[in-house]
Design a protein around this ligand. Structure first.
Ligand code: KG4
Ligand code: ZN
Length: 344
């Protein structure tokens, strides 16, 4: 059994965890930075990077104390090496390298998306490969066939915004606050999801991909028309996102071959309406639906330590020259999705 110290700093959460390969979470610590970014209505990369510099060392001490272990007891140090905001990624990765060097332990440079992709296995010992994964976060919206540790086939991605980005931008338009996902979900609970006619971009399309930019523009027009409350727009927007996610996931399920389960991960998978709709889709397809608990859907270090444990146990360790990467696709062979709104 191996014990891994995991560090996460790729966006606006600073997080540290100690996880063993038998799925024991010995400690997990997380410091959000919402307060620092709220005045700007979004994550400011330099503020995030500076906060990681200040917070990460004390979180590491707290996590080791909580687990009652010292660095000598750890088998490897896992740190997020990308993708993400490069300043923050560098803080966590360099800290991980320093610990690895000082303690004479191997480094595992973890892809943040692999952390999300493998997180359901941390809480569900019965989950087996291959599974169809809907990875929905602030930066990504992808359907992936997860065939094993390090073996990911991307079946679909977004041609413009990620689902979480659509939540965040729509919340900002509606002045519902930051972070946007939970704010929309709270407002939606007070609204009518059928009130506002909104598009379902690419739903029913033969191509596999997602699109959310048109939905965001429609939210802006609905808001400017003054005809509907922010709650009704939020509820109708959330329903439109759910419908798109379900439509595209159903499209993938029909084409991906045999899988053991439908799995959701990433921050948007914390949304109850999203989870309920995907569970229903899985049920219709005779599949199990697996999603980590909410705290493990949004960014955290337990998923990084866990991915680190699976990689370490598979002999996949990295040198101290491992690069920090702003972009790092899980499936390097995937073609860029082409569409009207493709981002550079
Ligand atoms: O995975 P994550 O914590 O960070 C990234 O890797 O991007 O995902 C953050 C995203 C944000 O866009 C946030 O608004 C969204 O997940 N999110 C939600 C909810 N909680 C977080 N979206 C919808 N409903 C939620 N409850
Ligand atoms: Zn994430």
């Amino acid at each position: 059994m191996s014990l891994i110290l995991g560090l996460e700093s790729s966006c606006d959460e600073t997080a540290v965890a100690l996880v063993a390969s038998d799925r024991t979470i010995l400690a997990h610590r997380l410091a959000g930075q919402e307060g620092a970014h709220r005045p700007y209505g979004g994550v400011v990369p330099e503020i995030a990077a500076r906060a990681h510099v200040e917070i990460l060392p004390s979180l590491i001490e707290e996590a080791l104390a909580e687990a009652r272990v010292d660095l000598n007891a750890v088998d490897a140090i896992a740190a997020t090496a990308g993708p993400g905001l490069i300043g923050g990624v560098m803080v966590g990765l360099v800290t991980g390298k320093g610990l690895a060097l000082a303690a004479g332990k191997p480094l595992v440079a973890v892809n943040h998306l692999e952390g999300h992709a493998l997180s359901p296995l941390l809480v569900d010992p019965d989950l087996a490969f291959p599974y169809l994964l809907l990875l929905v976060s602030g930066g990504h919206c992808q359907l992936l066939l997860v065939e094993g540790v390090g073996a990911y086939r991307r079946l679909a991605t977004t041609i413009d915004d990620a689902a979480g980005e659509a939540f965040d931008k729509s919340a900002k338009l509606l002045a519902l606050g930051f972070p946007g996902g939970p704010a929309i979900e709270r407002a939606a609970a007070e609204g009518n999801s059928q009130a506002v006619p909104l598009p379902r971009p690419l739903a029913g399309s033969d191509e596999p991909h997602f699109s959310f930019a048109g939905l965001k523009s429609a939210v802006l027009r609905a808001h400017e028309s003054g005809r509907w409350s922010a709650e009704d727009i939020a509820a109708s927007f959330q329903q439109a996102v759910v419908d798109c996610l379900v439509d595209r996931t159903a499209h993938a399920l029909e084409r991906c071959g045999a899988v053991t389960a439908l799995v959701a991960a990433g921050g948007v998978a914390a949304n109850q309406a999203v989870r309920a709709a995907l569970a229903a889709l899985a049920g219709q397809s005779g599949l199990r639906f697996v999603a980590p608990p909410q705290w493990l859907c949004t960014d955290n270090a337990a998923m990084i330590a866990w991915a680190g444990a699976l990689r370490y146990d598979a002999g996949l360790i990295d040198g101290l020259d491992a690069p920090a990467r702003a972009r790092w696709p899980l499936d390097p062979a995937a073609e860029p999705a082409r569409g009207a709104g493709v981002k550079a």
